[in-house]
Design a protein around this ligand. Structure first.
Ligand code: C2E
Ligand code: CA
Ligand code: CA
Ligand code: CA
Length: 277
């Protein structure tokens, strides 16, 4: 048994080492990925209770020349740890504002959400950067939704509020991503200048059958209603989930049931093409 344990530890150490090497390799490749056009912006459309598209969330995709598609869950943490998330995230905000500007020219004021990581948000000149992109693209600021996580928000709360307030004064909107999965304290909700909560897909998944998840979703919706916040449910995969959410007056739904993430460029072409009779 002792040997077995020792082998297991050796195996574990080897696996850890392999993971470290793999991360380093991915980090090297990621440095080139942007310059070589391997990164792409995808969009997952969001719908209202009637099923009309009201906006969408931008999601990054990496098509590696050898490995093929690398999932964001793998490369985003590496991008965050290495600082590469700064140019990558800035690029996504540009893509979002560009899309907003194109849509609004066609009389379609859809909102576009973009994920903002902790490091990006804490960047000294983050507000200035957002202001510049808005000015350069001519995008309506209120169509830009920045998705941030609870952990980002509660770290340095006073600082966070000050920074958010500056951005809100520009007209930009804030959404809390993965709501309910972090160390959420309901108390901070009323202090933050928020527009929206996104119910994490882990809660949506087992509704309406699981009584606790159903209760959690309904509580989030009730809190949001009282605080006058919009709610997006993510990861909606079944009609039963959609029916439950609509009946519970959830404003906005996102998930494979309606749309999968698709390349932003192609989606925009479809949206901008004049409708035919
Ligand atoms: P997230 O922000 O929570 O994004 C939602 C994730 O759920 C996306 O995964 C999306 O493809 C997936 N999803 C959408 N509908 C469904 C559904 O019906 N069922 C299931 N099972 N999944 C669904 P994705 O694209 O793999 O992204 C994973 C995470 O990577 C994102 O989670 C976000 O935290 C991060 N990420 C992606 N793009 C960016 C980015 O540009 N910047 C930053 N900072 N993070 C990003
Ligand atoms: Ca998100
Ligand atoms: Ca989420
Ligand atoms: Ca997430």
């Amino acid at each position: 048994a002792k040997d077995l344990g020792r082998n297991r530890i050796r195996f574990y150490e080897a696996a850890m080492q392999a993971d470290v090497q793999e991360r380093l390799a991915l980090e090297q490749d990621l440095k080139k990925a942007m310059a070589e056009g391997q990164l792409a912006a995808y969009i997952q459309p969001q719908v209202d209770a009637q099923g009309s598209v009201v906006g969408g969330e931008l999601l990054m995709r990496w098509s590696h020349p050898v490995r093929g598609s690398v999932p964001p869950a793998r490369f985003i943490p590496i991008a965050e740890a290495s600082g590469l998330i700064l140019p990558m995230g800035a690029w996504m905000i540009e893509k979002a504002c560009d899309a907003i500007a194109q849509l609004q020219k066609q009389g379609k004021p859809l909102s576009i959400s973009v994920n903002v990581s902790q490091r990006q948000f804490r960047q000294e000149d983050f507000v200035e950067r957002v202001r510049n992109v808005l000015a350069q693209t001519g995008a309506t600021p209120s169509c830009l939704v920045l998705e941030v996580t609870e952990s980002l928000l509660i770290e340095n709360l006073d600082d966070t509020i000050a920074r958010m307030t500056e951005l809100v004064h520009l007209g930009v909107r804030f959404s809390i991503d993965d709501f309910g999965t972090g160390y959420s304290s309901l108390a901070y909700l009323k202090r933050l200048p928020l527009y929206e909560l996104k119910i994490d897909k882990s809660f949506v998944q087992d509704t309406p059958d699981d009584p606790s998840d159903t209760a959690i979703v309904q509580s989030i919706l009730s809190v949001a209603r009282h605080l006058n916040l919009r709610v997006v449910a993510e990861g909606v995969e079944t009609q039963a989930q959609a029916d439950f959410l609509a009946a519970s007056q959830c404003d906005c739904l996102q998930g494979y049931l309606f749309y999968r993430p698709e390349p932003l460029g192609g989606w925009l072409d479809g949206m901008l093409r004049p409708a035919r009779e």
